[in-house]
Design a protein around this ligand. Structure first.
Ligand code: SAH
Length: 250
């Protein structure tokens, strides 16, 4: 082991108050900060003077670096002996490719630590009034990536297999393929009237929630102009958004 340290830090879902105390302390003290587009820009204000801030996220019209370029950048900064914060939206180990970055650092003999955070599904549920588990309604929780092509065959998610689980399904990155996904879920036996909540920009002033059903969600999302970033929560507990929602009415 040599040189500096890389901290893979979860920034949380949006509201800067939802980062961990440790995450904030590391941002305050690091001398290089490598961050994604989905990270709330106000977190950057916490950095000390002289801290290098490097955006590597995908933003329309901006160059975004490949995963390999990001990994190499982290290694280079650490070899310069710096304390590097790699700030990622939500939790670094939930659909955040944090595992790949950690593996690369390990391979290159760079010291690293991982700081967890509130992931988008938990934040979306809390801020729209949906208890993800509930005695009698749901005793299991599944986080799924909707990014994978349902027509892809092997390697893709077998959506039909999830249709009959007595679980709450939380879909990340699903807005582009929602129609195909809900068709697959229904083909797998999910009742068309199963409640669905779509929560967009959770925990931020732009948060919106749409409460609907599996059979109507694709059309509703289209009608209301919902897009990413959003989490789709599927299961009987989604219904609670109607009575327990609190954030959007503040
Ligand atoms: N590591 C992140 C997930 C990154 S994948 C985490 O743990 O939350 C990006 C996806 O996260 C988006 O497509 C969306 O599904 C979800 N997401 C991130 N921020 C969100 C927010 N504020 N509101 C709703 N969904 C969000």
């Amino acid at each position: 082991m040599q040189g500096g340290v890389v901290y893979l830090v979860g920034a949380g879902p949006g509201d800067p108050d939802l980062i961990t105390v440790r995450g904030k302390a590391l941002i305050t003290s690091c001398d290089a900060l490598v961050y994604d587009y989905l990270v709330n820009p106000s977190l950057l204000d916490w950095t000390a003077e002289g801290c290098d801030q490097i955006c590597v996220g995908k933003r329309p019209g901006f160059h975004s670096r490949s995963q390999e370029e990001i990994a190499n950048l982290l290694v280079r900064l650490a070899r310069e002996g710096r304390s590097v914060v790699r700030l990622k939206g939500g939790d670094p180990f939930v659909f955040g490719r944090g595992g790949e970055e950690a593996a690369h650092l390990r391979e290159q003999n760079i010291r690293y630590e991982v700081v967890p955070a509130v992931t988008a599904a938990l934040a979306s549920a809390a801020y729209s009034g949906i208890p993800l588990t509930h005695r009698g309604h749901s005793s299991a929780l599944v986080f799924l990536s909707g990014h994978e092509d349902p027509d892809k065959g092997t390697g893709g998610i077998d959506w039909r297999a999830y249709a009959r689980l007595p679980a709450t399904l939380c879909l990340y990155m699903a807005m582009g393929r929602l129609e195909r996904i809900v068709a697959e879920l229904q083909a797998g036996g999910m009742a068309p009237g199963t409640p669905v909540a779509v929560v967009q920009w959770a925990t931020t002033p732009r948060q919106r929630t749409c409460l609907t059903t599996v059979e109507s969600v694709a059309a509703e999302v289209e009608r209301l102009g919902f897009g990413p970033p959003a989490v789709v929560i599927i299961g009987p507990v989604a219904q609670y958004a109607e009575t327990l929602g609190w954030f959007e009415e503040r």
